[in-house]
Write a protein that binds this ligand. Structure first.
Ligand code: SAM
Ligand code: DTB
Ligand code: SF4
Length: 339
């Protein structure tokens, strides 16, 4: 079959030629990723679904439940985030949950059908005392037989190893956006800081969960540049959360975008499809913004290769579809929760 659109788009090293001596891994150029974005929608989705079927059961969706173990009061200035202390969003700084509260939340998540439990904290990074508390939480979550994930901000030397030794499976740390757009969104940590934390996570032997946010006013080329950054991590992340910006009043991005989505929803589906094609084995997670995207767009995302969701009535501080609504949606689409 010859398809002119497909024929023009390929990974930068399509022959995959490797020598016995350390060959550089295939790298995605931004231009090659942008070509994927530019495909006619059916061609792009078809390609993504084809790649998806080569590596995953097409009807299995993994369910991850989030809990905010430390909400609000964050010193950072991420322009999208309701938890930054400097913005007036109505999110108050709260004390850290204790181990018993986290264990109860994890038990409830498991009973509802989640297989991964992700603990998020509104920190620039964990202090030694914070990390000791998280270590206990990770141990408690693992004792329930769940996969454990944490997202605590930037890690210092030795912290990833301590989390690994506690049994942590995944560490989430997002690149968030393209390097060229990043400075418009975040000033208190730079791209290199994020890459350094990702290196620490990888070097400790933890699985990497790393993705970004779309709908922040970035261009398509910048979305392509974000995906290229993710796909060129060596190896690429095992989990890739694709968030649609949830605009929260009081944040700079809400002031800039006025509560209106900056993105055509089909462009969100394209982003999912391109993530699937460039990171074939990853779990691509349909993350923040599902409530706003609606069920039809979510269904398209599943066709485009998304195979994981955040599952639970809340994300960290904002809403998520109810568990019952998600169960009903999966059933209507003939999809099952990954065992
Ligand atoms: N404080 C830690 C950090 O930033 O590294 C961990 C938690 S932070 C809330 C995790 C991620 O949530 C951010 O990197 C961002 O990608 C996502 N996020 C935060 N607010 C969001 C929003 N309003 N819409 C979409 N995604 C958001
Ligand atoms: C990720 O990529 N998205 C999640 C999780 N990792 C930690 C967080 C989404 C947060 C949405 C805004 C909120 O609820 O505060
Ligand atoms: Fe703090 Fe994380 Fe929110 Fe940035 S995204 S302000 S680091 S909680």
């Amino acid at each position: 079959m010859t398809d002119p659109h497909v024929a023009t788009v390929h990974a930068p090293h399509p022959t995959g030629a490797r020598t016995a001596v350390a060959a550089a891994p295939p790298r995605w150029t931004v231009a090659a990723v942008a070509e994927l974005f530019a495909l006619p929608f059916p061609d792009l989705v078809y390609r993504a679904q084809t790649v998806h079927r080569e590596h995953h059961a097409p009807d299995a969706i993994q369910l991850s439940t989030l809990v905010s173990i430390k909400t609000g009061g964050c010193p950072e200035d991420c322009g999208y985030c309701p938890q930054a202390a400097r913005y007036h969003t109505g999110v108050e700084s709260q004390a850290m949950l204790d181990v018993a509260e986290v264990t109860a939340a994890a038990r409830a998540a498991k009973a509802a059908g989640a297989t991964r439990f992700c603990m998020g904290a509104a920190w620039r990074g964990p202090k030694a005392r914070d990390l000791a508390a998280v270590v206990e939480m990770v141990q408690a979550v693992k004792a329930l037989g769940l996969e454990a994930c944490a997202t605590l901000g930037m890690l210092k030397e030795g912290q990833a190893e301590a989390l690994r030794d506690a049994g942590l499976d995944y560490y989430n740390h997002n690149l968030d956006t393209a390097p060229e757009f990043y400075g418009e969104i975040i000033g208190t940590r730079d791209y290199e800081d994020r890459l350094a934390t990702l290196d620490r996570v990888r070097d400790a032997g933890l699985h990497v969960c790393c993705g970004g946010i779309v709908g922040m006013g970035e261009s398509r080329l910048q979305r392509a540049a974000l995906v290229a950054q993710l796909a060129n991590l060596d190896p690429y992340p095992e989990s890739v959360p694709i968030n649609h910006l949830v605009q929260v009043e009081g944040t700079p991005l809400h002031a800039k975008l006025g509560g209106e989505s900056a993105l055509d929803p089909f462009e969100f589906v394209r982003t999912v499809a391109v993530a699937r094609i460039t990171m074939p084995k990853a779990r691509v997670r349909l993350s923040a913004g599902r409530r706003e995207l609606g069920e039809a767009i979510q269904a398209l995302c599943f066709v485009a290769g998304a195979n994981s969701i955040f599952y639970g009535d809340r994300l960290l501080t904002t809403g998520n579809p109810d568990v019952d609504a998600d169960r009903a949606l999966l059933a209507r689409l003939g999809l099952s929760a990954q065992a």
